[in-house]
Design a protein. Structure first.
Length: 116
């Protein structure tokens, strides 16, 4: 059974940094792309960053490019999201995702709140 567990969220001032982690289990982690999404109150869930199964290629939403970095550690079955220069508009619940075949799996989310 696929399990994704996010951690690392919290309250930070604008301009600060946080590193989110997503521990994966129940599947062959090194075979699948991993994605971070976020959902702010009253808004739709949006893709933040994605990393390929190999880790060789990444994609970022325009709003976070240059500030966020996604990475993965295959030995630890963990994907990370380093978030720098945080802005109040980055406030959201951040979710880890993977798609295996036609099935999407999600973690429970971790809250990130950026104060101005």
């Amino acid at each position: 059974q696929v399990r994704l567990v996010e951690s690392g969220g919290g309250l930070v001032q604008a301009g600060g940094s946080l590193r989110l982690s997503c521990a994966a289990s129940g599947f062959t982690f090194s075979n699948y792309a991993m994605t971070w999404y976020r959902q702010a109150p009253g808004k739709e869930r949006e893709l933040v960053a994605r990393i390929t199964w190999s880790g060789d290629s990444t994609f970022y939403a325009g709003s976070v490019k240059g500030r966020f970095t996604i990475s993965r550690d295959k030995a630890k079955n963990t994907v990370y999201l380093q978030m720098n220069s945080l802005k109040p508009e980055d406030t959201a619940v951040y979710y880890c995702n993977t798609r295996i075949g036609v099935y999407d799996s999600w973690g429970q989310g971790t809250q990130v709140t950026v104060s101005s």
